[in-house]
Design a protein around this ligand. Structure first.
Ligand code: ATP
Ligand code: MG
Length: 288
């Protein structure tokens, strides 16, 4: 599958409104896509096992989206084959008082994946150029007033790009996914959460409140994505109206990203191999 179609070029003149939310690539049927997803899940597990054995690289997957776009479902389905021991998911909520008393990257840095493992951020430090911008929460961030200028968002885009470059240069690969749904699809999903009793628990009045800011969010997403998509930490815009396609595409991006690392199990040298042979012989002969 050609994932480059969904990759955003650095400083592109991105227009989110022009990117289809109900695209399903060349996949006409859900069944074919689901089969491919199963294959990808298996491949991811193999790569993860090598990633862990090598203990050199780490992978950080950042998922951002409007409410109801399917962040939780994507994590649940796509990551279902990963080894829980070396996979860590963290959801970023409204910052605590302690978190607000630090710089905005602090809480994310604490959650970075260690070498050999996969970290998944359900929301991330990108909230600090999204919700914080839409609702003008910057004043609550304890930053000295003279540092809050009209350039604050441009500065944050640069800080984030520098931070992600630093991670890349230290073997931590960052892949960023924006699940892109239409406002119409969000309406249907919200209604679904009201109509279906089993989904009532998912309904949140806060989602309705945020829906009123749809255009502002789209604008902020658009700018953040185009300003921070780089070769070392690319953004992908995932058409997410069809959940089965979004899941497949996410699995494809992760699989291909891991493939690009050309991961192999560590090989031992001749001396180590001789030691193993000696142990084997002694074990077989009952000497140890
Ligand atoms: P779900 O609703 O599926 O449980 P969610 O990610 O929407 O997942 P919520 O607890 O509903 O989780 O919402 C978390 C809220 O925290 C979001 O509205 C998000 O914008 C907000 N948030 C995250 N980071 C920040 C931040 N740095 N500053 C202010 N608000 C933030
Ligand atoms: Mg929510």
């Amino acid at each position: 599958m050609d994932i480059s179609r969904y990759k955003i070029q650095s400083h592109s003149d991105l227009k989110l409104a022009e990117i289809k939310t109900n695209d399903s690539g060349s996949y006409g049927s859900r069944e074919d896509a689901e089969k491919r997803l199963v294959d990808n899940i298996q491949k991811m597990a193999e790569y993860q096992s090598k990633l862990y054995a090598q203990d050199k690289y780490a992978l950080l997957i950042i998922i951002q989206a409007m409410d109801t776009a399917g962040k939780d479902g994507t994590i649940k389905h796509v990551m279902s084959g990963l080894n829980p021991q070396s996979t860590h998911v963290h959801s970023f909520k409204q910052p605590s008082a302690e978190e607000l008393n630090h710089d905005y990257l602090w809480r994310a840095i604490k959650r970075l994946p260690e070498r050999g493992s996969i970290g998944i951020f359900n929301r991330s430090y990108y909230e600090d150029v999204l919700v914080v911008r839409v609702h003008d929460l910057i004043k609550k961030q304890q930053i000295p007033a003279k540092l809050i200028t009209e350039n604050i968002w441009k500065e944050r885009f640069r800080q984030i790009t520098d931070f992600e470059k630093y991670l890349f240069e230290n073997g931590i690969l960052v892949v960023k996914l924006f699940l892109h749904i239409s406002k119409e699809e969000q309406k249907d999903r919200l209604i679904g959460r009201i109509d279906d009793k089993a989904k009532n628990w998912k309904f949140s009045a806060a989602d309705i409140a945020e829906r009123q800011f749809w255009e502002e969010y789209q604008h902020c997403y658009q700018e953040a994505i185009s300003e921070t998509s780089t070769n070392h930490a690319p953004w992908y815009v995932i058409p997410a109206d069809k959940k089965w396609f979004a899941r497949l595409l996410v699995s494809e991006i992760i699989t291909q990203t891991m493939e690009s690392l050309k991961l192999e199990y560590p090989v031992i040298d001749k001396a180590q191999s001789d030691v193993l042979k000696e142990f084997r012989q002694k074990l077989a002969e009952g000497l140890i």
